[in-house]
Design a protein around this ligand. Structure first.
Ligand code: GLA
Ligand code: ZN
Length: 686
């Protein structure tokens, strides 16, 4: 889709919610009440229809669009846009009963009953046909409807237990997928190293993806199921693309602990959207904020910086997180605008009106069972709406990063399954957050990219625990460093290729040349064992002192690299723990051990300084506070966000700012309330 067709979507910031009007059809007054309250809450968009299939098609082939017509018309009259859902996430019971093949089969071979939602088989031709039909009818009916802003395709593919289905249809599609990838069984047997424990296949039909011990097998099965969900998505969006070529399409992603490779999906959606449910007030709000920022940056990076939508968040609490605390005063605005700070162009909630029954009847909502706007939550929601209206100029701005973190979902799958000397607590994601944290604390923008990204525009690329390296990635990293880039990687990197086969002779050659080291052994420490790393006098980073390491410590040999820091304990005391290798015009650092926050902070702090990486504001930020920047040709917006419950005094340095909400001038320092946010604006002199 051309960027110009995204024009209407990116003209302003959006504020709204999932509105399940179909649950209230026997309460005739509710629509008018809701529309009035939506305006009062400064909402300009609603996500509608995604769980409404059975009301649109109560019996096979019998349709009733009257309720959706009424809803769409009324939204348009009230100048509220619709993100119109396609209903594939919740098939009607009649459909599951009449066409059993649409229901999934589990790994034990049992066909599942109709239950929950998002539980259909992605391969079933009948399901694809039924979805295609209903989507075609929706597209034909609403193609010229003034309320239609965006297609909200399905809901959270891969939710409720992932995407896996072990039916015959899926198995035969998997076989075809494997044939296309490997051509011959010999090639597959080699790639999966099936001679191990004597598991060689002599016929494609023998392959059963049920054995976690088969690493190559399970990795390909995950890839296949993710691809299958993508094929399903492409089939379901077919009629939308054909009939409404100018209406952009999204499907709501989740945090990528899901079973989908969203990088592949990203190529086929017009705008990225995701559902964001952090755990606030569980003890460490800074940690929760860093994690959430990381995921916002990831969702911005899926489409190379294009603004994304926060398609869901809770206006108050959830009912599925074990414990979900009320947001303390300020936190709602802070966490909502955190999305905008990182490149989000919407703040949307699940849900507008609280369900009266069913699984989510106690999930937070803008309008609760009390049925009144006279609530704390409604006032805070409405306040966010006002701010988003005032800040509409931000919609055309973007975030520019000089730093990229390589966070590869397939690497996460492979690493999780790997059996290594310390298989407990590998913590791939947590390690990425830990490396990201210093940049967050210093207000340095980071893109979160995968191995297929073009790295050439960055100054610094960080790749923690890059266990699996896809073909070509080591060469790309080498070219990046040779051209002057700085690269950082760690223990448990460069170990296997994309089929999970170990590299022989150490790293892939391009990475070994880039790092100038090789690994001989990996020591694993138990918890709470720890050792010490000491920086060498006069090292390249000018960091000094000793720091702790734990859990993983690799024993490495220098080839062309220099030692920056050394182990000061264990039998390998005196051997290198952090190295740097000058390569071409750039350099590459290697961290052989897992370290604590203190080392990462000083290490990356030194790199931020030596590489002169841009910080949102020059003075040091107080703890728990971050600053994020969005900019366009004319303005720079700096979001100052305090994720602690204490007041924080922030020095702003030399730049002159105005307050973006009030327009009034701001001095050289400001006070942020506990959980406070201020958005500052500066003109860019061209
Ligand atoms: C998900 C779903 C929503 C709703 C919320 C509840 O994100 O997409 O339909 O169930 O969770 O938090
Ligand atoms: Zn299936």
């Amino acid at each position: 889709m051309e960027n110009s067709t995204l024009g209407r979507l990116f003209q302003k910031l959006w504020h709204g919610a999932d509105y399940t009007y179909e649950q209230w059809l026997d309460s005739p007054d509710i629509l008018a009440d809701d529309l009035r309250l939506m305006k009062e809450a400064h909402c300009n968009v609603m996500s509608v229809g995604m769980f409404g299939w059975v009301l649109l098609e109560p019996e096979e082939g019998q349709y009733n669009f009257s309720w959706l017509d009424r809803l769409m018309d009324e939204l348009a009259v009230h100048d509220i846009a619709a993100m119109l859902g396609t209903p594939s996430a919740s098939p009607p019971v009649w459909l599951s009963k009449k066409y059993p093949e649409t229901r999934r089969v589990n790994a034990q071979g049992q066909r599942q009953p109709h239950k929950v939602r998002q539980n259909f088989c992605y391969t079933s031709p009948i399901y694809r046909e039924k979805v295609h039909n209903i989507n075609r009818m929706l597209a034909e009916r609403y193609q010229n409807h003034p309320a239609l802003l965006l297609w909200h395709v399905s809901n959270e593919y891969g939710g409720y237990g992932g995407v896996q289905c072990h039916c015959d249809l899926c198995y035969s599609a998997f076989k075809e997928w494997l044939k296309a990838r490997y051509t011959s069984l010999d090639a597959l047997n080699h790639a999966w190293w099936t001679t191990f424990w004597g598991n060689r296949y002599s016929d494609w039909d023998q392959i059963e993806p049920v054995d976690e011990h088969g690493h190559g097998l399970m990795l390909d099965w995950k890839r296949f199921m993710s691809d299958q969900a993508l094929e399903f998505y492409k089939a379901e969006t077919g009629p939308l693309r054909e009939i409404t070529p100018n209406i952009p399409i999204t499907t709501n992603f989740m945090r990528p602990d899901a079973s989908l490779d969203y990088w592949r999906f990203a190529e086929h959606v017009d705008v990225i959207s995701w559902d964001n449910y952090p755990l606030w007030h569980h003890g460490d709000d800074e940690a929760a904020a860093i994690e959430t920022s990381f995921f916002h940056d990831l969702h911005r990076s899926y489409k190379q910086g294009l603004p994304f939508l926060m398609l869901e968040s809770t206006p108050s609490v959830t009912n599925w997180q074990g414990v979900s605390r009320l947001k303390q005063p300020g936190m709602h605005k802070l966490s909502s605008l955190q999305a905008v700070a990182h490149g989000g162009n919407s703040v949307q909630y699940f849900q507008w009106r609280q369900s009266r029954g069913g699984w989510e009847k106690f999930h937070g909502a803008v309008i609760t069972h009390l049925n009144t706007p006279d609530t704390r939550v409604f006032r805070e929601v409405s306040d966010v709406g006002t701010t988003l209206e005032e800040l509409s100029a931000i919609a055309s701005s973007t975030n520019k990063a000089a730093v990229a973190m390589l966070y590869d979902l397939e690497n996460g799958w492979a690493l999780n399954n790997a059996q290594i000397p310390r298989s407990i607590g590998k913590q791939y994601q947590e390690t990425c957050y830990a490396h990201y944290a210093t940049f967050w604390r210093q207000g340095v923008t980071v893109d979160v990219v995968n191995g297929a990204a073009d790295l050439s525009g960055y100054k610094l690329v960080i790749a923690p625990m890059l266990y699996m390296m896809q073909a070509g990635l080591a060469e790309q990293i080498e070219a990046f460093v040779q051209a002057g880039g700085v690269f950082v990687t760690t223990y448990l990197s460069g170990m296997v290729d994309e089929t999970d086969l170990c590299f022989l002779n150490g790293y892939p050659p391009a990475l070994r040349r880039t790092l100038g080291i090789y690994v001989e052994e990996i020591d694993a420490l138990t918890d709470p064992q720890q050792g010490t790393i000491t920086f060498r006098e006069g090292n390249d980073l000018q960091v000094s002192g000793s720091y702790a390491f734990r859990q993983y410590a690799e024993l490495i040999h220098l080839e062309t690299a220099a030692s920056v820091a050394e182990y000061a304990s264990e039998f390998y005391a005196g051997s290198p723990a952090i190295t740097v290798n000058a390569h071409g015009s750039g350099k590459a650092y290697f961290m052989a051990a897992r370290t604590d926050k203190a080392l990462l902070q000083d290490f990356y702090g030194a790199i931020i300084k030596s590489e002169n990486l841009r910080r949102a504001i020059q003075p040091k930020l107080p703890s728990g506070v971050t600053a994020q920047v969005r900019e366009n040709d004319k303005q720079r917006f700096v979001f100052l966000m305090n994720f602690t419950n204490e007041k924080k005094h922030v020095e702003l340095g030399e730049d002159s700012f105005t307050d973006a909400e009030t327009g009034s001038a701001v001095g050289q320092s400001i006070m942020l309330e506990g959980y406070g946010i201020r958005i500052l604006e500066a003109s860019i002199n061209s």
